[in-house]
Design a protein around this ligand. Structure first.
Ligand SMILES: C[S@@+](CC[C@H](N)C(=O)[O-])C[C@H]1O[C@@H](n2cnc3c(N)ncnc32)[C@H](O)[C@@H]1O
Length: 331
């Protein structure tokens, strides 16, 4: 028997979910058109004032503003007809350096939607979807999503938790940042520790190009370089510190990677691994964060890892149309 109360409750939740999904395009347009930034910089405005300020069509803007007010992203004052970006919402939508800036999250959700056809196909054939095969700029979305966390925590909170590492970095250490993506973590460390030498490795050539551009923009080229390399094969040894930010779980052979990292370190070197904080059991992750992680894992992390050869204990594998190892069976 259907319980009407529970049904209505669930439908209410679905309305919220659909509203959130609809906000992906709306929020990204507000970002791309500079609407949040204009409201943040200039304060409350009517639709006409914001249309002039941001140089956009007033008729479209009226609908966008109404959606934002209905979403509680903006507040609306009926007597004056003005819309305001409250201080808390500004931290999420407009202040790029705030620890809770979340526009990268909206970009990432758009990437998950783009990935659907390829991942759906992989569900049938058991194959992977290589990092490089994602459409749009999923890589830019990932970098933008993680940057606020690194900016606000990496140097101030995370590195000091490692025994003796900050002292070594201050004196002058050799550091490899593996799976560095667009290189924000590398650049932030290089800026904070000018006596140390940093090399960022990633197997995705376009990410390495972006990382080099960020290093140039932030003037850390004197102690930083970026190279294309796989985590299991990156060159060099004698590193004082090797860092992996949100990437070990994306790799086809994390155990083989760990062995390679070990031989690359000095005997007293440190391997820093930053991974999403999740419980080991499904029942410990049945919450809003777990929900997002499982979606990201389904659409990006598992397909990336299954697209890579896994060298340990692999007894069968098949090749997909793209010629990459797409299916492994582990003993
Ligand atoms: C989720 S992203 C994280 C990027 C970056 N560390 C950050 O936090 O913004 C995972 C990164 O791992 C890289 N990656 C995945 N497998 C790799 C492998 N086997 N060797 C080197 N890089 C790899 C991807 O190219 C991607 O840049």
């Amino acid at each position: 028997m259907v319980d009407e109360g529970r049904l209505n409750q669930f439908i209410g939740r679905m309305l919220g979910d659909l509203g959130g999904a609809a906000s992906i395009a709306m929020v990204r347009m507000g970002d791309a058109l500079g609407l949040y930034r204009a409201l943040h910089a200039k304060g409350s405005m009517t639709c006409r004032e914001l249309a002039q300020e941001a140089d956009v069509n007033e008729r479209y803007l009226r609908e966008w503003l109404s959606h934002q007010a209905a979403s509680n992203y903006l507040s609306y004052d009926p007597p004056s007809g003005k819309f305001t970006l409250p201080a808390e919402q500004a931290m999420v939508f407009a202040a790029e350096d705030s620890p809770v800036y979340m526009l990268g999250g909206f970009d990432l959700m758009a990437s998950l939607i783009d990935a659907q056809p390829k991942v759906q196909d992989a569900f049938r054939n058991g194959g992977g979807v290589a990092w490089n095969d994602h459409t749009g700029c999923m890589f830019c979305a990932v970098a933008r999503f993680f940057r606020p966390g690194y900016l606000n925590n990496l140097v101030a909170n995370w590195l000091p938790q490692l025994d003796g590492v900050v002292e070594k970095l201050e004196r002058g250490a050799a550091v490899a940042d593996v799976g560095c993506g667009h290189g924000w973590s590398t650049v932030l460390m290089a800026k904070a520790f000018p006596n140390s030498r940093f090399v960022g490795y990633d197997f995705h050539p376009s990410s390495i190009e972006h990382a080099r551009a960020h290093a140039q923009e932030h003037e850390v080229l004197a102690n930083t370089r970026f190279e294309v390399a796989k985590a299991k094969e990156f060159p060099g040894n004698g590193f004082d510190l090797v860092t992996f930010f949100d990437c070990l779980h994306d790799m086809g052979d994390p155990a083989g990677t760990a062995a390679h990292v070990r031989q690359s370190l000095k005997p007293d070197g440190t391997w820093m691994i930053v991974e999403p904080m999740a419980g080991d059991r499904l029942e410990d992750n049945l919450n809003p964060v777990g929900r997002l992680y499982y979606a990201g894992s389904t659409m990006v992390c598992v397909p990336t890892s299954l697209s890579q050869p896994a060298s340990r204990n692999r007894d069968t594998f098949q090749y997909g149309a793209g010629g990459t190892a797409v299916s492994t069976r582990l003993r």
